[in-house]
Design a protein around this ligand. Structure first.
Ligand SMILES: [Zn+2]
Length: 135
């Protein structure tokens, strides 16, 4: 029985501090964030699969001029933040904020660093933002 895979449900899980991907029941491919249709075999028999939250840094950029939501949090030219591609232990890659690194000194940030996910509660609303930090 195929489960309903939606961004809304993904957000619900994040609020419960669970990182969920979708797993194709035909070929076993994993997607994070979840997809309703498998990009490998086009199958639509997807089910939820919980990720451990462990991964390693595959790529990153340090951003000085971000979207308004980041400016509100106090990030700007003098206080850049870091966004990275995380290769999860389970295989899929996802993009998220990288915390606990010095975004002003990108040369100190190393590809391959072990990361662990953490959740940032945004002030003002109850939105949970997913970030990763060195394990
Ligand atoms: Zn598939």
């Amino acid at each position: 029985m195929a489960q309903l895979i939606s961004d809304h449900q993904f957000e619900q899980f994040l609020r419960e501090e669970r990182l969920m991907g979708s797993e194709c029941s035909s070929c076993g491919s994993l997607f994070v964030p979840p997809r309703a249709r498998c990009s490998k075999c086009q199958g639509t028999g997807m089910q939820w699969s919980e990720m451990s939250g462990k991964g390693r840094l595959a790529a990153f950029t340090c951003i000085a001029i971000g979207p308004p939501s980041m400016t509100e949090e106090g990030y700007d030219r003098n206080n850049p933040y870091c966004t990275g591609v995380i290769e999860l232990e389970e295989g899929p890659r996802m993009v998220a904020r990288i915390e606990g690194v010095d975004a002003q000194k990108p040369e100190t940030i190393k590809i391959g660093t072990s990361l662990m996910m953490k959740y940032l509660q945004r002030t003002g609303d109850q939105e949970s933002v997913l970030a990763f930090a060195p394990a």
